[in-house]
Design a protein around this ligand. Structure first.
Ligand SMILES: *Cc1c(COP(=O)(O)O)cnc(C)c1O
Length: 494
């Protein structure tokens, strides 16, 4: 097994793919094949804990890593960093709806599952592929990636990290999480624009010749902690296997029985990890792709036309406010039979006209694997409120989108297959929206009063990583226009 690119035929190791982040011609690194987890191997995973499952699955992809190196990464990432001894526990609402809580990490969002391990994967990789170089992590964030990456990389030797976020596109709590970040090697900067502006800006900087030269002179190299990095994707595959194994262990499904997987989707990374899990042998019947009002993926998966020429909405689930879902490129590459020319062609159309259409055969395959739906702002609020009333379960806005789209799916198809529903953030991370859904009386203005009020109403504790922000100083105050992003980086790197 080796890694190639979605836009060119390459032959690189996992270490190279992870250290580099994105391929030089602009494509995304993909495995040349999917390692098979056969029934007997799946059965073995059932009796393992999360770290053991992680090591077993990751070593399938990490060609060139020794068993000790994989173990070092897994132990560093998942020992003492999550508030639960199981980093990704399941909460069953009933026999069909199993909420996969992916927010027990240090920043209270699902990205911790990958970003706690990425610094380890990246530094081990860099030692192999680019020894002595300082790795500069560039991140564009819609809110949660930024903080999770900062938490993972702060003060990691041999790395610097620069995070850009849209000034008005993240929640106050997300903003505070990022702007209070400590660490000698970190920089955080707001930009005037939305997430797509930030992401496009970062991609441009990656490909900029002048910047490359600047880095070379400093013996530095860019890498990415965005979900375009395969080192982000691989750790996300683990929790789908793990959730499945937990369901088997708890007697809720039989080994080999198919499940559905429903994911609130933005950049298509989390749901793509579930798709990868299926390619490896996880029994999944249908992927349910849930979007908010920015429903470009719903349209695409229903019609085969991807068209980003449409209004952009700021919603209460900001981590899904995305019109260019980068990881879709990987899915297209695989569906076209690992055809780099085909994927590159579609991506060229996307950057040229903002639009592309897949063939009718590909559309049929997409429909076979995926159901797509979206949930507007009002339904998001209603779903949070209803779930709390009916099941006394408090969920965040992103999770609510998934819960609602799953309900729509079930009504429409009558499919009662047990479903793993990814819960991507703690409700406390989006406390204002959540509180106004469960308690219509006056919502406090102050962020921390909000947390305490939500705690009182729901009878659940405020996560420590959020309550502790109150006493922390805001250290990052810069805001630049998108044309000035490169200058900000040069200044920071010196
Ligand atoms: C990032 C994020 C998403 C979207 O995940 P993708 O992998 O980009 O599809 C959904 N919910 C939350 C809370 C997130 O932070």
């Amino acid at each position: 097994m080796y890694f190639t690119s979605t836009r060119a035929d390459l032959h690189v190791t996992a270490a190279q793919a992870i250290a580099q982040g994105i391929s030089s011609e602009g494509g995304l690194f993909v495995p040349s094949e999917f390692p098979a987890v056969k029934a007997a191997a799946l059965e073995k995973l059932v009796d393992m804990n999360y770290k053991e499952r992680a090591a077993a699955l990751l070593s399938e992809y990490l060609t060139g890593f020794t068993a000790e190196e994989v173990e070092y990464c897994v132990n560093g990432a998942y020992t003492g960093t999550f508030d639960n001894e199981r980093p990704a526990p399941l909460y069953s609402l009933d026999s069909a709806r199993h909420i996969l809580e992916l927010w027990h990490g240090p920043t209270c969002a699902f990205k911790d599952l990958a970003l706690q391990i990425l610094p380890f994967l990246l530094t081990v990789s860099a030692k192999k592929s680019a020894p002595d170089k300082t790795i500069v992590i560039l991140v564009a964030t819609s809110g949660d990636t930024g903080k999770a990456a900062l938490a993972g990389f702060a003060d990691v030797p041999g790395t610097r990290i620069v995070v850009f976020f849209p000034q008005d596109g993240v929640s106050p709590m997300q903003k505070l999480q990022m702007t209070t970040q400590q660490g000698k090697n970190v920089a955080v900067c707001a930009i005037e624009g939305n997430f797509d502006d930030a992401q496009t800006g970062v991609k441009k900087i990656f490909g900029d010749g002048g910047m490359q030269k600047f880095l070379q002179e400093k013996n530095m190299e860019f890498s990415s902690a965005n979900s375009i990095n395969f080192g982000r994707l691989a750790p996300q595959i683990i929790y789908y296997f793990s959730a499945y194994c937990d369901l088997v262990k708890e007697g809720k499904i039989k080994l080999g029985e198919a499940v559905n997987v429903c994911v609130p989707t933005g950049n298509f990374g989390n749901i793509l990890a579930a798709y990868y899990a299926k390619q490896m042998g996880l029994p999944v019947k249908k992927f349910i792709c849930a979007s908010n009002r920015n429903n470009i993926l719903t349209d695409f998966l229903r019609t085969g036309v991807y068209d980003r020429n449409r209004p952009f909405y700021t919603t209460s689930s900001p981590s899904m406010d995305i019109l260019i879902s980068s990881n879709l490129e990987r899915l297209l590459y695989h569906l076209y039979g690992n055809d780099a020319k085909a994927a590159a062609g579609l991506m060229a159309q996307l950057s040229g006209t903002g639009k592309y259409e897949v063939s009718s055969e590909i559309l049929a395959e997409l429909k076979e694997e995926f159901y797509a739906g979206f949930c507007d702002e009002e339904s998001t609020q209603q779903t949070i409120s209803r779930l709390f009333k009916e099941s006394h379960y408090l969920c965040d806005t992103h999770t609510a989108v998934a819960v609602k789209v799953y309900e729509d799916y079930r009504k429409e198809t009558k499919d009662e297959t047990p479903c793993i529903i990814a819960s991507t953030a703690s409700p406390y991370k989006f406390a204002s929206s959540v509180l106004s859904a469960v308690d219509a009386s006056v919502v406090p203005e102050d962020g921390f009063e909000l947390l305490e009020r939500l705690s009182a109403v729901s009878g659940t504790p405020v996560p420590l990583p959020l309550s502790s922000l109150k006493s922390q100083e805001v250290r990052h105050k810069t805001c630049v226009c998108k044309e000035k992003m490169a200058d900000f980086i040069r200044d920071f790197l010196g």
